[in-house]
Design a protein. Structure first.
Length: 175
């Protein structure tokens, strides 16, 4: 059972990409790993590692100022593609507790809610503004699921909508 979510407070990292599919989140060769607690190391594997397994420089979540980020601010169409629940598990094992984007793949969105990963849809302009604020590595967000608000460390408050049944599932920690 997932942990109940009421408030998430954490550093935000900007992922400057649209149309991120589940194969980019966790490549197919790692789907045979069934231990959820081992998948985080393979998150965004092709973006983070060379073919020989050596690290590529410059991936945002590997940068020192974002290594402890727990909130990912993505673009549009995050989690599109196949219905691999492993994508959600990899994100969570890496330490991601919430993803903010303008849109999500439908199956990914449902899988995330069933596993305790909060996905928040905001208008594209709001997402763009949050990503810009997060670029310096100093943006912290407080997400209050009960009140459906995001408060930035700069003092801005943003209201978001979420389906009632998904909100209830997340607040109660149901799968």
């Amino acid at each position: 059972m997932p942990e109940p979510i009421r408030v998430i407070h954490g550093k935000a990292a900007p992922l400057e990409a649209d149309d991120v599919d589940t194969d980019q989140i966790i490549p197919a060769e790692f789907l045979k790993i069934i231990a959820k607690k081992e998948l985080g190391q393979y998150l965004f594997y092709r973006w983070r590692y060379n073919e020989d397994g050596s690290k590529k420089p410059g991936f945002i979540l590997d940068e020192p100022e974002f290594r402890d980020a727990s909130i990912l601010i993505a673009g549009k169409n995050f989690g599109i593609g196949s219905s691999r629940e492993n994508a959600v598990w990899a994100l969570m094992d890496f330490g991601i507790k919430s993803i903010i984007a303008s849109s999500f793949g439908d199956i990914f969105y449902v899988n995330a809610s069933k596993n305790g990963l909060l996905c928040i849809r905001l208008p594209q302009e709001k997402v763009r503004n949050l990503r810009e604020l997060a670029r310096g590595g100093r943006l912290y967000l407080t997400i209050n699921l009960s009140e459906q608000t995001i408060t930035t460390s700069t003092g801005e408050s943003i209201r978001f909508e979420i389906e009632q049944h998904i909100k209830e599932r997340l607040v109660k920690g149901l799968d």
